[in-house]
Design a binder for this molecule. Structure first.
Ligand code: ADP
Length: 481
């Protein structure tokens, strides 16, 4: 792999400030063509225990630093990431598949969490509370929760780490991270830069490993762990929540979604189509806030579908390192097969493939950007998280009915509303049972705002003031006067 800064290609686990081999290795491959990129240490439960021990030992000194001292180190980390954005984006595209421009966007987005939380940790104010008893003085202070463990997915190999590690470290916690086996190189490069920035040994630790259940057990059950944070599927999230329960660990869960995208007859159709493409085709549809169900008012259905078709036809599919490419491969063949299965199920149930609907000859993980009409809520495509470049359109006629249909899912992560009518937009945004609702835009995630879901989409928030609060314990202090 050609990098301007070859130091960024790390293949060992990072534990207690040391780069360590595993008992064996695992392969990292380019999902676009199967090329072998690197062999990475395959960490074990014992490695994870060593990482937790290191984080636990490093905690007292790190939490004792002033917020300003921690902020200074984190800002150096931020700057080093931005200085190396081209290399980091290249690593990300090669192991994950997304186009280089998107990868650069993710690196800057990921780094923005470090900068923002470095600033925010200076404002960990407590309160003095008007007393209920003249002989007592009451106050609160906010203290870091302790050792934080994280499991992160492959779809945002950089940002899903910084979104958890930055607020944890800023608050004074120490961290152990298990990145996805598909994309460990982006994760390990972050540790290299954290080390260069001056994060003390043991404050940030990383264990890559193929035995996720064994590693996950340590991360959720070790007595020294105070909080566990996870981004991934709802099914795995539930299992990990049950494991956390045994030790009453604090937890944050960013789980699956089934995002509705509602286009009213008063929408600006060009805005609606551009927003739909942004949420549906970014990262080839492999994001938890990707549009999953597109509901279009019958009066504008045909016009919207025609414009969406033109926009999808304009997408260039190929290797993410090619500048002209806007949609890359899926992460692996299993993902492409799942998408194919959803198309087949929809067609058998009466839906029509308007565009795409098939594997592409570019490589075995490629699936064509696809437009399907005639979808209904009973189809698997409307009930399961698609995680692919598949746009399924259905019609509606009535506002209350579409709100009911949009809410009729166990998920509650993101929803989208397209309308130029401010009263309707307000009404619908408030009625949708989702943690995040975007109106007249398809891109909304930022370090300054709380990201997260309700219902089976998760617990807790990442980003914003709320994202910082997740890593503090509020201590009530009562002094007899
Ligand atoms: P995906 O496989 O699409 O990334 P998952 O929710 O299945 O989504 O997995 C998310 C992350 O959780 C992955 O990095 C995976 O290694 C990890 N994981 C999967 N199963 C377990 C488990 N039983 N215990 C701990 N971690 C797990």
């Amino acid at each position: 792999m050609q990098l301007a800064n070859p130091n960024l290609l790390k293949t060992q686990n990072y534990i207690n400030g040391e780069w360590r081999d595993g008992a064996s290795t695992l392969e990292v491959r380019d999902p676009a063509n199967g090329d072998l990129l690197a062999q990475v240490a395959d960490g074990s439960a014992a490695d994870t225990e060593a990482a937790v021990a290191a984080a636990s030992a490093a905690f007292p000194a790190w939490k004792s630093k002033t917020a300003g001292e921690r902020a200074a180190v984190l800002k150096r980390w931020y700057q080093l990431i931005m200085d190396n954005v081209d290399d980091l984006a290249r690593i990300l595209t090669l192991e994950q598949g997304k186009p280089l421009a998107e990868a650069k966007g993710e690196i800057a987005y990921g780094a923005s969490f470090i900068e923002w939380f470095a600033e925010e940790c200076r404002r960990a104010y407590g309160q003095t509370i008007p007393t209920h008893n003249p002989a007592m003085r009451l106050s609160t202070i906010r203290q870091p929760v302790g050792v934080v463990t994280c499991i992160t997915p492959w779809n945002f190999p950089n940002a899903m780490i910084t979104r958890k590690a930055a607020p944890a470290l800023a608050a004074g916690c120490t961290v152990v991270i298990k990145p996805a086996v598909e994309t460990p190189l982006s994760a390990l490069a972050l540790c290299q830069l954290a080390e260069e920035a001056g994060l003390p040994a043991g404050t940030i630790n990383m264990v890559v490993g193929s035995d996720a259940p064994a590693i996950g057990k340590v991360l959720t059950e070790d007595d020294r762990v105070a909080k566990f944070t996870f981004t991934g599927s709802t099914a795995v999230g539930k299992l990990l929540m049950a494991q956390c329960a045994s030790g009453v660990k604090k937890m944050s869960m960013e789980l699956g979604g089934n995002a509705p995208f509602i286009v009213f007859d008063d929408a600006d159709l060009d805005t609606a189509v551009a927003s739909c493409i942004a949420t549906k085709m970014r990262n080839a549809g492999q994001t938890c806030v990707s549009t999953n169900r597109i509901y279009v008012h019958e009066a504008v259905h045909d016009a919207f579908v025609a414009k969406l078709r033109t926009a999808i036809e304009a997408l260039q599919v190929g290797h993410g390192c090619d500048d002209s490419v806007s949609v890359g491969p899926l992460i692996h063949r299993r993902a492409a097969d799942r998408v194919q299965g959803l198309v087949q199920d929809a067609v058998e149930a009466g839906a029509s493939v308007e565009l795409g609907g098939e594997y592409l000859p570019h490589g075995e993980n490629y699936f064509a950007p696809t437009l399907i009409t005639g979808v209904n809520d009973g189809m698997r495509i409307a009930q399961e998280e698609i995680f692919g470049p598949l746009a399924p359109v259905q019609k509606f006629t009535d506002e209350d009915d579409v709100i009911r249909r949009a809410n009729a899912t166990p998920y509650g992560l993101a929803a989208y509303v397209m309308s130029e009518n401010i009263r309707r937009a307000n009404r619908v945004v408030e009625a949708l049972e989702y943690g995040m609702v975007a109106c007249n835009t398809g891109v909304f995630s930022t370090a300054v705002a709380p990201f997260g879901g309700c219902k089976e989409s998760g617990i807790g928030r990442e980003g914003g003031v709320e994202g910082m609060a997740e890593f503090y314990e509020t201590k009530y202090c009562c002094f007899g006067a």
